[in-house]
Design a protein around this ligand. Structure first.
Ligand code: PLP
Ligand code: COI
Length: 365
């Protein structure tokens, strides 16, 4: 078997590149994840052969056998990351090493082969270079990158597959939420992940399990669902596709700890690091829904925000529950000063206007 360092990427010719005019039209107002760039990267894996056959190729449909294992037993993992147009018109990816690491641990949890981190980063770099013209400029715009891997065995037995495909695709995106401050629905009906389950892995099944709860949130007029823990149904875990932070009137911030049932967000980790650097008191601790509502009413809680790659840092203006009705957070209008300061430090680092103290920014070109 060849080592990951030996694998070279073959570039297949593309006979139908999007014209600059069409590309500009598509990028003018991109809805999240709807636009396909010109290329994709694909690497194959087979037991006994390891990772092989790495290609940068025209983006297009895949052909799968109807018994491909992923279609039946959902052996699938993915990542979400962004490439930014920097102030000097270069392109930078934010913390790809952290995504590569999380992809490996998701693979381990789902009994899938681990893609070497260096190969993950090279694959992402190859796609961004091939699709460099698709990286938008503009304060809220970026190229959303979606690496993913799935089981490709044509076999109906239940066991870890022996063949996998790893792919990277991308889409230019704007802001994830269109409104200023989002309203969230706390689901008392559904939970996302139980202890010992797959909550800390970024696997497709977690999102399938969240969709009905998210639909419930929409039906209640809310933008996102917030999940409670699966044991006591009391403690805030995270949102359908984001982590959550609370800001208090003494200037401290808190976020639920990584107990194995929530996704260890890279934005979450970056915010914790930035907040500590700013000298803020930071807690990773359990926080109950009753306490959240009480603190929002009393004014002890001054801000709440969601954070993730897609959502960046988005203020939460109101929280609704079946039993407690709606509670506004500081009047429900938009980012408070702490959310704004943390957001600016994060986005400023991503775009190269704030010093990159932690070496988080990976320049592609
Ligand atoms: N939690 C869930 C369920 C998510 O889907 C995401 C998004 O990837 C996050 C949290 C935030 O993770 P990150 O900051 O690494 O994007
Ligand atoms: C991301 O932020 O990358 C996610 O996977 C979450 C989803 C809302 C797109």
């Amino acid at each position: 078997m060849s080592s990951a360092e030996d694998i070279s990427f073959e570039t297949l010719p593309h006979s139908n590149l999007t014209s600059p005019e069409k590309r500009a039209e598509l990028m003018a107002n991109p809805a999240f994840g709807r636009i396909a760039t010109d290329h994709m990267v694909m690497i194959r894996y087979k037991d006994g052969e390891g990772w092989h056959d790495a290609k940068v190729m025209p983006r297009g449909p895949l052909t799968l056998d109807p018994s491909a294992a992923v279609l039946h037993y959902a052996q699938e993992i993915f990542e979400g990351m962004k490439a930014f147009r920097t102030e000097d018109n270069g392109i930078a990816i934010f913390r790809p090493d952290a995504n590569a690491r999380r992809f490996r641990s998701s693979a381990e949890r789902m009994a899938m082969p681990e893609l070497p981190e260096s190969l993950f980063i090279r694959a992402v770099d190859e796609l961004v270079k091939a699709d460099r013209d698709w990286v938008p400029s503009g304060e809220n715009a970026s190229l959303y990158i979606r690496p993913f891997m799935f089981a490709n065995d044509a076999f109906l037995g239940v066991k870890p597959a022996s063949e996998y495909l790893f792919l990277v695709i991308a889409a230019p995106v704007g802001a994830y939420f269109s409104s200023g401050a989002v309203t969230v629905w706390v689901s008392e009906t559904y939970t996302r992940a139980a202890p010992g389950g797959t909550g800390a892995a970024k696997c497709g099944g977690n999102y399938a399990a969240s969709l009905l709860a998210q639909a419930e949130a929409k039906a209640q007029g809310c933008d996102q669902v917030v999940f409670l823990d699966a044991v006591e149904h009391r403690y805030i875990e995270e949102m359908g596709g984001m982590n959550i932070f609370f800001v208090f009137d003494d200037g401290s911030i808190s976020t639920p700890g990584l107990t194995g049932t929530i996704l260890p967000g890279i934005t979450r980790d970056s915010i914790l690091t930035i907040a500590r650097e700013k000298g803020m008191t930071v807690r990773e601790e359990a926080y109950s829904i009753d306490q959240w509502l009480a603190d929002a009413k009393s004014g002890r809680l001054t801000e709440t925000f969601a954070c993730g790659t897609a959502a960046a840092v988005s203020p939460i203006g109101a929280v609704r529950t079946k039993s407690g009705g709606e509670v506004k957070i500081s009047g429900g209008t938009g980012p408070g000063p702490v959310t704004s300061a943390l957001r600016e430090s994060l986005i400023g680092t991503q775009r190269g206007r704030v010093a990159d103290t932690y070496n988080w920014v990976h320049r592609v070109c």
